[in-house]
Design a protein. Sequence first.
Length: 143
Amino acid sequence: MNFQRGRQKEEPEINLVPMIDVLLVILIFLVVTTTYSKFAELEINLPQAGAEEVDKNINKPNAIDITVDALGSYTINLIPISSASIESLRNALISAAGDQPDPLIIINADAKATHQSVITIMEAARLAGYNKITFTTETNSTN
């Protein structure tokens, strides 16, 4: 027998309010506990070697030529340097510059020279107060 003849069946309903509350609490927790770190990008300009021919006979009065070979031996304006320390290179640069205020440092490094030997020259030039540094390159010209 059906005693609930006049009553209509109630449809089950899903209450979304508690579920939304739980999701908001989780979202707030994630926002508060997450650390946002912005990585600084390093902006560098790489040197480019062009196929432009440069006259090597031009006399550059305020240029200092530094050469480093594959063994790490240094020469400044074709004069060999006995010690490869930064201080001795700095002193040799200052004496080679003479009374020139800011000479152009031209680094001629062998292709098999160590990276450290080139950095040593750059550090010695920085300690001497010379900011104009350039590198010589060779281009492969295929005819």
